[in-house]
Design a protein. Structure first.
Length: 115
């Protein structure tokens, strides 16, 4: 389920998959801080998964793949481990499909197991 709402000047997009919720907090204040936080609904723990993501995919394990626009193109990573990076990586294309991560590089789809 995808939830979107505003909260105290922040825009929030939350993905709820069973035990985990990921919320991308985007501040409306000057500077526009953006951080993706993962909440564990069983233990009530929370952690920051990435900052300033273009897109993200929350895996069933609670781990997150994030995409970023970089000065040299785009980057796809899973909690700091780079899966793909380069001038033709499309950070907007990161998605979850058929139990896999999917993104485009140079118009060609690439896949990786969900985190």
């Amino acid at each position: 389920m995808l939830l979107g709402f505003g909260l105290l000047g922040h825009r929030v997009r939350a993905d709820h998959l069973r035990r985990f919720v990921a919320a991308n907090w985007i501040s409306a204040a000057q500077g526009g801080d953006s951080r993706l936080t993962v909440f564990d609904l069983d233990t009530r723990a929370q952690r920051e998964a990435c900052r300033y993501p273009t897109n993200h995919v929350l895996g069933d394990s609670g781990r997150v793949a994030c995409s970023f626009q970089t000065p040299n193109g785009g980057r796809i990573d899973v909690e700091g481990v780079v899966l793909d990076e380069g001038p033709d990586v499309d950070p907007e294309s990161l998605d979850r499909r058929n139990g896999q991560l999917v993104w485009r590089r140079g118009g060609v789809e690439h896949t990786s197991p969900l985190p």
